[in-house]
Design a protein around this ligand. Structure first.
Ligand code: NAP
Length: 275
């Protein structure tokens, strides 16, 4: 363990939906302990409620939170990043690592707002981190070393899978895997509705839809086989599946999903710059 990775004091600035999910998951995994986790939100009444829920110190003072933290996780909305960076800029040192999960905001923009050569790592996780099944992509800012990226990556490895990418891919990743759970929930909900339509009780239909989605994803991840080949293996000549697939093709499921990701990725490019 190096000097930086031996310590696990973290400041989470912006403990909203994603910040809370990550803190809860890290506490549960034993990666952090409550005493060395300092979190902030904007509103004092929210601070109290989240503090009671997560059993950690939650305040509204970002400057106080970052002091002494090894890792500062920036988890506010993209439009708020500039203000928070401005607030903490003289209180961060190159010995700390700033990890930003904000969509749309580049490492260069964050670095430009900081006073010194503070390592910045940009991460794009998703909400299934809550179940240890997250997908997080990370990229390094210009002052972040391989070790800094490894330290940030280790945080997200605990709550799912991780990949290190070139920063030019981050908006695309936002449109695919960060927004992706919402698309999959719609697909799941639709499959469950379909089950109800063909006579299944709703709870059983939802279970079948969710486990089938989970199982198919697990096969892709564990075999590495191309999804098209796996689909072919389910599709018996003149069987039932091909009839279902014809309906999907007629309904343009593929192109609709492609367009959804393209739109979300485009939005990710502009989010921080015009709300
Ligand atoms: N949600 C996702 O699935 C997801 C996935 C990947 C990345 N992200 C990124 O994660 C970030 C947070 O998203 P979210 O969905 O968690 O949003 P959120 O639920 O709205 O949380 C934002 C939090 O920031 C706090 N905040 C606002 N201004 C602040 C300030 N000046 N100082 C400290 N805290 C402040 C808010 O406090 P109050 O509660 O008091 O208002 C709130 O708790 C965004 O940048 C987003 O792009 C989200």
């Amino acid at each position: 363990m190096t000097e930086k990775s031996a310590k696990k004091t973290i400041a989470v600035l912006g403990t909203g939906k994603l910040g809370s999910i990550l803190v809860q998951a890290w506490l549960k995994a034993g990666l952090l302990d409550a005493a060395s986790t300092h979190a902030t939100v904007r509103h004092a009444e929210r601070a109290q409620a989240i503090g009671e829920k997560l059993h950690i110190t939650v305040g509204t003072n970002n400057v106080a939170a970052v002091q002494g933290a090894d890792i500062v996780l920036l988890c506010v909305k993209p439009q708020v990043v500039k203000d928070v960076v401005e607030e903490i800029r003289h209180h961060l040192t190159p010995q700390q690592i700033l990890v930003s999960v904000a969509a749309s905001v580049s490492t260069a923009e964050i670095e430009a707002g900081l006073a010194g050569e503070v390592p910045v790592v940009r991460a794009m996780p998703n909400t299934p981190c809550s179940q240890g099944a997250g997908m997080t992509a990370l990229c390094a800012g210009k002052f972040a070393t391989l070790e800094d990226v490894a330290i940030a990556r280790a945080l997200f490895d605990v709550v799912g899978r991780t990949v290190v990418v070139d920063e030019k891919h981050m908006d695309a990743i936002t449109g695919l895997s960060a927004s992706g759970p919402a698309y999959i929930y719609i697909i799941l909900e639709s499959l469950a509705e379909a089950g109800v339509k063909v006579g299944l009780p709703r709870d059983i239909a939802t279970l079948l839809a969710a486990q089938t989605t989970y199982g198919a994803a697990k096969v892709v991840l564990e075999t590495g086989d191309h999804p098209a080949l796996l689909k072919d293996a389910v599709t018996t000549p003149a069987g039932c599946t091909i009839d279902g697939i014809m309906e999907l093709e007629e309904g343009k499921l593929r192109v609709t999903l492609i367009k959804a990701v393209v739109k979300a990725a485009q939005r990710a490019k502009e989010l921080a710059h015009n709300s």
